[in-house]
Design a protein around this ligand. Sequence first.
Ligand code: IYR
Length: 225
Amino acid sequence: MEKKIIEGFGHIRYERPQITPEEMIRKSREFYLEMDQRRTVREFDTRPIPLEVMESIIQTASTAPSGAHKQPWTFCLVSDPEIKRKIREAAEEEEKISYSSRMPDTWKDDLKPLGTNWEKPFLEEAPYLIVVFKQSYGMENGEKVQHYYVSESVGIACGFLLAAIHYTGLVAVTHTPSPMNFLSEILQRPSHEKPYLLIPVGYAKENTYVPDIRRKPLEKVLKQF
Ligand code: IYR
């Protein structure tokens, strides 16, 4: 492959098929309509999912752009029932305190339409839990590697992850028990990795209901200049 040398580094040609404006309009609309079907689901069927599916989903997440291309993320994929039980127990312990004393009434009022509470059966019911860790720095061959824009990078990767989960036909909930340092302990992650999101993934349980909430219209989120 022909390479161009820029400041001593080889760059490869970037090519994508030409696309007409009409095709672009169609594709962008189609993708929006697909993504608009995504809903956060908190009730899972216990049916197993092929491991290969989860691997591809995580590979998709890992295609996300990141600061200086450091890819500062680790995705822990949990299917072991014993580990899931430990995670549920620890999460519910924190959530119980959060709901009873840490969260102000205004916060709990905002959550009422979602129907959440301290109980998290989905942490055991979902066939897989993806626990995303952000790496404040990297470690390669015993050497510290500087990472940049870590939260932004991992946030983007999680967006890719959620899109891949939806595209595959599965559902997820972005769960953030607080505090969630118990995840580092249970999954034995090194101290430079911090838990970022806990995402149960699976099939939606049959006859599942989701909150009747609507997305902001385009005029509210888009300001054109
Ligand atoms: N972490 C708690 C509370 C919670 C907070 C927000 I902001 C949500 O959008 C949903 C839930 C829980 O998972 O129940």
